[in-house]
Design a binder for this molecule. Structure first.
Ligand code: ACO
Length: 378
């Protein structure tokens, strides 16, 4: 929706940054991260390798990787004040995404004199502990202490349940975290860049980005997307349920994208990862149902909004994969944040180098020559 003066309320198509981090081509359905086609990186890299790649512009050597893994593992435990806050939030039935937003503001507790890189590592390490600990507290269980011998992804799954996860599940989660690690100038990344560009600090930037990610038009869609699959229940009901939603003016969650006008390449990668994981360690019937729901939704959307090219986005198969990993729907978006934090921080580093305040303009369209009326006469 753009006006004749070139103003677009959603800034669609406006170029606002140059980046070495990721390239998104919405017409070709292409996503490059740190120079690698998504499918190449997502399925092969450990999450720690991806962190190193985005922050250093190249893959680590074995020694560099070992060092990073060890350092992140050592930074996982949360300060007492953060745990206390999470307990209060659980008593108050705060949603996991709100609890993450509250706790994220405490991420640099005890490390206020650290350099930027150390703060960034602390943020990445602790975000996963916050999400897992809060999930346990909400279930009325005590948090599970992080296990330093496990990788970032394996330890997150371990902290959720107290059980060491299978290799298939760890690979499934690593593929997911790599897939969502960065995606051009999306809303939450833009928010982080705007904040850090004021010469604020990394924790403020990440807290703001978490707030932006929370909304259902951005990172909040996978829970509702899975709810739709469950509501449909069996393949024969897909058309009826989805059509009823469209007739009621609802949006189908997990479909449509501002940039992609073809199938989101992340949906491709996550669908393959979900299939692999469900085959090794899960429920293939649910995977087959999701495939039918996807096909039906894309077909109905083409009829409902012709010419809009509403295709499957990342959230649809995120929902399926994370469900297959045993995650509850209310921690899907916080888990997205665990992956995306690395990208937010990498963008902050880029923005800090660039060093220019982000300050666009608005056009005033209000009245110009009002006369003051004293309160007694209004
Ligand atoms: N279901 C039904 N109709 C849709 C959908 C959908 N999923 N997506 C877009 N439309 C319709 C809109 O109603 C609009 O119709 P209109 O022009 O007749 O009013 C048209 O298609 C264009 O939609 P916009 O909202 O203008 O497109 P925009 O680029 O702003 O939206 C968005 C992109 C927000 C993702 C949208 O497609 C949507 O709401 N999808 C559902 C929510 C979702 O899956 N969000 C996750 C996105 S992925 C991510 O951020 C990680």
């Amino acid at each position: 929706m753009s006006t004749n003066n070139g103003y677009d309320p959603g800034l669609a198509g406006v170029l606002a940054a140059e980046t070495y981090l990721s390239h998104v081509d919405g017409l070709k359905g292409e996503l490059i991260i740190g120079g690698f086609p998504l499918a190449e990186l997502a399925a092969n890299a450990t999450f720690e390798e991806t962190v190193y790649l985005l922050w250093n512009g190249r893959l680590p050597t074995q020694n560099e990787l070992n060092e990073l893994k060890e350092e992140l593992a050592g930074l996982r435990p949360l300060p007492d004040a953060t745990i206390k806050l999470l307990r209060e939030a659980a008593n108050d039935h705060t949603t996991p995404m709100d609890a993450l937003r509250m706790a994220s503001a405490t991420l640099d507790l005890g490390s206020s004199d650290a350099n930027h890189l150390k703060t960034a590592k602390t943020i990445v390490a602790r975000i996963a502990t916050i999400v897992a600990s809060y999930h346990r507290l909400r279930q009325g269980e005590e948090p599970v202490a992080p296990e330093p011998t496990l990788s970032h992804a394996a330890n997150f799954l371990y902290m959720l349940t107290g059980a060491t996860p299978s290799d298939a599940r760890v690979r499934g989660l690593e593929t997911y975290l790599n897939t969502v690690v960065d995606h051009g100038l999306n809303a939450s990344t833009f928010a982080a860049r705007v904040i850090i560009a004021t010469q604020s600090d990394l924790v403020s930037a990440i807290t703001g980005a978490i707030g932006a990610l929370k909304g259902p038009l951005h990172g909040g869609a996978p829970g509702p997307a899975l709810d739709t699959v469950f509501e449909i229940g069996t393949a024969e009901r897909a058309e009826e349920v989805l059509q009823a939603k469209l007739d009621a003016g609802e949006r189908l969650m997990g479909f449509g994208h501002r940039v992609y006008k073809v199938r989101d390449p992340r949906a491709e990668v996550l669908s393959a990862a979900a299939e692999k994981m469900f085959k090794a360690d899960g429920d293939m019937a649910l995977y087959e149902l999701a495939k039918t729901v996807e096909e039906t939704a894309v077909r109905l959307l083409a009829i409902h909004k012709p010419g809009r090219n509403l295709q499957t986005n990342v959230e649809f198969y995120t929902a399926l994969l994370l469900h297959g990993l045993g995650l509850e729907t209310d921690i899907f978006t916080p888990t997205f944040a665990i992956g995306r934090t690395t990208g937010w921080l990498a963008h902050c580093f880029e923005q800090m180098k660039y060093g220019r305040l982000i300050r666009p303009q608005s056009r005033y369209i209000g009245e110009m020559d009002r006369e003051w009326v004293p309160v007694a006469k209004r």
